[in-house]
Design a protein around this ligand. Structure first.
Ligand SMILES: Nc1nc2c(ncn2[C@@H]2O[C@H](COP(=O)(O)OP(=O)(O)O)[C@@H](O)[C@H]2O)c(=O)[nH]1
Ligand SMILES: [Mg+2]
Length: 313
């Protein structure tokens, strides 16, 4: 099942092809990267641990060293220790993968969407494991919250339900990136779309139904139906990076209508300020109380300088 959003974004002119001599990083092993050249050749080059190169970077190899070309887009997150991580470069689409088991951590979906929009990526929601018996309520709740805001794909990597719609979407020439906590089925989805890959898939721990992290490196794959997809280890945290309260509201899913008008105060944080468009829409029930409460929780964390959100000098 595919739920369309109002007005579709995304950069359909993604330059998947690279010029001769230039390569794209298709795997990052920590101390080495794999580079794929336009000729189809692959080369492994050693890199320093803190080289800053990421999957999706376009590079030129000069005497076994990499010269990175400017990035078109750059997706960042803050990890649980407060450090900023660049997760991928030159991406078009962020697929936020969730499942009824293991459940996403609180705020995960919204922070991933806000981060994607901040980085000029088109976020979409991929609800996997719709074959599970408790999936229905979970799917309905997400459709109530995000339907009409984002494109939503309800899929099962096991039964194949919804996979064709997802493939058609990814095949539009996008470079997409799947994020989601460990165990939601990112690698399984990629295996279903691209059976030749045979990526390792993890079992769920019995206790707590958390996944074990079998995917240890980020890898970029060309899909048989077109487009490219990055498989990643699970990120259990998707902390925001260098974001102001105004930007948080500007990118927050559910606030789109409010952002078309101006609040009385230009620097309104949408808490208790008079003449606040967001507060008026909440009062009119055009923004749900759930959306507003979640926004305020994330804003509280930003204001409190929570390590996950804090800007380090
Ligand atoms: N029931 C069900 N299980 C799935 C589905 N997709 C993945 N799984 C299982 O979920 C576990 C974690 O999958 P994996 O692809 O490794 O998750 P990742 O950590 O997000 O890459 C494995 O045991 C998979 O077999 C699905 O659509 N339905
Ligand atoms: Mg995986």
């Amino acid at each position: 099942m595919k739920i369309k959003k109002k007005g579709v974004g995304g950069n359909s002119d993604s330059p998947c092809l690279i010029s001769e001599g230039t390569g794209v990083i298709v795997a990052h092993h920590g101390i080495a990267v794999d580079i794929l050249f336009a000729s189809g050749d692959k080369q492994m080059v050693k890199v320093k641990r803190n080289s800053g190169h990421v999957v999706g970077d376009n590079v030129v190899v000069e005497e076994q060293r990499l010269r990175r070309l400017p990035r078109r887009t750059k997706l960042c997150r803050r990890d649980s220790r407060g450090s900023v991580r660049i997760v991928g470069a030159n991406l078009d689409v962020l697929g936020v993968v969730v499942a009824p088991m293991p459940l996403p951590t609180p705020g995960y979906i919204d922070q991933a969407i806000v981060s994607a929009r901040q980085a000029s990526l088109n976020p979409v929601l991929v609800i996997n494991k719709c074959d599970l018996k408790d999936a229905k309520t979970f799917v309905e709740k997400l459709i109530t919250t995000y339907g009409g805001i984002l494109e939503i794909f309800v899929v099962s990597a096991v039964t194949g339900e919804g996979i064709t719609d997802l493939e058609l979407f990814l095949g539009q020439g996008f470079r997409s990136f799947f994020v989601g906590i460990t165990g939601v089925g990112k690698s399984s989805l990629l295996n279903t779309i691209c059976p030749a890959l045979d990526l390792r898939v993890g079992d769920l721990y019995e206790a707590g139904n958390r996944g074990c992290n079998t995917t240890t490196v980020s890898t970029l794959h060309s899909l048989p139906g077109g487009g490219e997809l990055v498989d990643t280890p699970g990120f259990n945290e998707f902390g925001l990076v260098d974001i102001s309260a105004q930007d948080l509201a500007g990118y927050f899913p559910g606030f789109e209508e409010a952002m078309e008008s101006n609040c009385h105060f230009r620097n309104c944080r949408h808490r208790t300020e008079p003449g606040c468009v967001v507060a008026n829409l909440v009062a009119d029930k055009r923004i749900s109380q759930e959306r507003y409460t979640t926004y305020l929780e994330i804003l509280d964390q930003l204001d409190a300088g929570d390590a996950r959100f804090k800007t380090r000098r």
